[in-house]
Design a protein around this ligand. Structure first.
Ligand code: ADP
Ligand code: NAG
Ligand code: NAG
Length: 336
């Protein structure tokens, strides 16, 4: 009788096997013991799973209520993005047999919550959120800085995606600064986003890819500004008001790596998610939340004096925050 345990994708898996002994009596004892041990393992196997993160439902489970709550209470001023995200992620996570991986492209001005939303998605799928071994964040300028090394980046990135998805099909890949990514590099990940049943024995259909960029940000700002100048509510802005602005800019911006690739032509992106520029009142909300997260009692006066000192555009009207909520964590310290 033999007890074998192995480590696979972070999970401890144990099994019991019996080799026939010469004497029939001891064989039957061994079989009996093995059956008992197998029963024990079947019952307590789950205990092993809690030791460390592994690719199982104990660690990877979509919380729809949680994501909805987070988008409604923690994300400020992004009603369009929130609606698209909850629809896209829920549809995909509830589909037992998706035909392709989920590909989201998040667009908008800097500091408006694109990384933050990716983090909220990760936290409501992976028990360990962004620190999960199955969530991978790549930043163009940090991970792929030198154009001369593009060929080795390509092989490396493909190897990483293949390796990680074969360990855990429900892997998430976030690419920040997508507009600064070399077109060749974007091209190299294209096969993984497509409708293939499998590529060399690995299926990518459970994976999630999220692209973040400022591409189209200026056109989104223009739409928001038009609404503001017409004295219409920001909440009246709908996805369809932004869709044309977004697609035109993405298609026409020859400087953005996106344009050079057929990501868009081939309909590999499932959802384009627009992020609106943030206003003074959202800066206040971010500031108050930041005070709480730093362990202070939220103080409106402190946050207001900080918010007043930030830069806003257009110059005369001062409607939208230049850096969004991005600089708040560091700025706030000077005002507390
Ligand atoms: N719309 C928002 N609602 C709440 N917090 C926000 C929002 N936008 C930005 N923040 C805060 O500012 C930080 C930086 O924003 P980030 O998501 O990195 O911006 P982006 O990726 O769009 O440049 C976030 O971690 C978050 O704390
Ligand atoms: C899902 O999220 C909600 C709200 O954040 C939380 O109360 C609940 O416990 C979570 N459910 C699971 C199964 O983790
Ligand atoms: C998974 O991705 C990470 C980068 O996030 C990389 O360091 C690692 O080598 C990859 N694992 C495999 C098995 O390819």
């Amino acid at each position: 009788m033999r007890l074998t345990c192995l480590l696979f994708a972070g999970c401890v898996l144990c099994s019991v096997s019996v080799t026939a002994a010469i004497e029939p009596i001891s064989t039957s004892i061994a079989v009996g013991m093995a059956a008992a041990l197998t029963g024990f393992l079947a019952r307590y196997q789950n205990v092993f799973y809690y030791f460390q993160e592994c690719c199982r439902p104990e660690w990877i489970k979509y919380n729809q209520t949680g994501l909805k709550n987070d988008l409604n209470t923690k994300l400020y001023g992004q009603h369009v993005a929130a609606e698209v995200i909850i629809k896209a992620v829920t549809g995909f996570m509830n589909n037992k047999t998706p035909k392709k991986p989920l590909v989201l492209s998040l667009h908008g001005w800097t500091g408006t919550g694109k990384n933050f939303v990716s983090q909220l998605i990760a936290e409501n799928i992976y028990e360990k959120g962004m620190t999960s071994n199955f969530v991978h964040l790549f930043t163009a300028t940090a991970h792929f800085p030198h154009e001369a090394h593009i060929d080795s980046y390509k092989t490396q990135l493909q190897e990483w995606i293949r390796g990680n998805v074969s360990i855990c099909p429900r892997s998430m890949f976030i690419f920040d600064e997508m507009d600064k990514m070399h077109p060749g590099l974007i091209d190299s990940i294209k096969p993984y986003l497509d409708f293939y049943d499998n590529l060399n024995g690995v299926s990518y259909r459970q994976a999630i890819f999220i692209f973040l960029s400022n591409a189209g940000g200026e056109n989104i700002v223009q739409v928001a500004l038009d609404f503001w100048r017409d004295a219409r509510e920001r909440e009246e802005i709908q996805l369809k008001d932004l869709e044309t602005a977004l697609s035109l800019s993405v298609f026409n911006n020859k400087n953005s790596g996106f344009w050079h690739t057929s990501l868009i032509d081939k309909n590999l992106v499932d959802f384009f998610v627009p992020f609106l520029p943030l206003e003074y009142k959202h800066i206040i909300q971010c500031g108050l939340a930041e005070m709480v997260s730093k362990g202070h009692v939220p103080d409106k006066e402190v946050v207001e004096s900080m918010a007043r000192d930030l830069n806003y555009f257009p110059k005369e009207e001062r409607v939208f925050s230049m850096q969004g909520c991005k600089v708040i964590p560091s700025r706030l310290d000077f005002y507390i």
